[in-house]
Design a protein around this ligand. Sequence first.
Ligand code: BYC
Length: 328
Amino acid sequence: MYGNITIVDGPGKDAPADDPVKLAEFEARIAAGEKIEPHDWMPAEYRRQLIRMIEQHAHSEIIGALPEGTWITRAPGFKRKMALMAKVQDEVGHAQLLYSAAETLGKPRERMLDDLINGRSKYSNVFNYPAFTWADTAVIAWLIDASAIINQVANSKGSYAPYCRALERICQEESFHLKYGYDNVVTLATGTPTQRTMVQEALNRWWRPIMHFFGPPDTASQHTEKLMRWKVKMASNDDMRQQFFNQYVPKIYELGLTVPDAELAKDPATGKWTYGDPDWDEFKRVINGDGPCNKERLAVRKTAEERGRWVREALARPREQQYVTPLS
Ligand code: BYC
């Protein structure tokens, strides 16, 4: 119980069934395209799903700052260092916006962070892979930010107003990140043979995780049907993956780069892309804690939590105790 809001831990678990009249009214509002605000009545499962998704999204932003963050000290040149620092700072800012949006549903931020560092909450698969070279950061900033924009532009038109407001602002910043990433990829792809090899190898490494980023195929997705009915998700996982192919595969080819999937092809009759199996078993392992960097990522967050405790405790003290008596 948080204030007057009861948080349920699973569909139906400990939660009384929703009042059918209120549920029908709620679904009519959603069907009419109305936005839901925190003080409005909502079904317990809608609240639970939103907390799950927004919280995972917020965690993805702070964990997502880590692979690129490790390159701040090694960025090639001062301008790129400044740009990368600003990008990483933006990502952490996105997490703050999203934690605030999730808090409006009744789950305190401290509990969300506790669930993250203790492995009870998921975050995006892609951030459990290492950024070996500068080219990895270029591919992350171009293609992972591009994927995120596809997902977030769609969801910013969804039904829960605080999430939509946060997403609109996040998308504006992400579009700068995408341009920054594209600029870095173009520089490498039009550079020396070594740079071209470097960026192609990075693309080969990230292609599979990017396929996973959009979530499992629609036929295997647990939540899509319900979330689309309630307009939390505005496009299915497969639709978003198709949009990514349409927008970015031609751009990749334009740069003379290749996609590491021999089966990737667009059917001229349907306009749909077919692609090879991106190893969905690997996806499951990674999102359940067994990826190349999962332990390392959570250890970094745990240390940050521990090192920042004194600041949070100091801020939580009564105002008059927050100041050190000035020396006379
Ligand atoms: N990674 O029923 P499904 C960024 C889980 S950060 C991990 O299809 P849903 C950036 C899913 O949670 C932007 N787990 O799920 C930052 C569920 O497990 P649970 C990150 C995944 O929710 C820094 C199960 O698989 N974006 O851009 O309908 C630097 C079944 O899946 C993933 C967001 O977080 C995944 N990729 O749809 C650079 C977007 N996919 O919870 C860049 C917000 C699925 O039942 N999230 N799972 O245990 C969403 O839009 C949706 O949650 C998804 C999945 C489309 C990802």
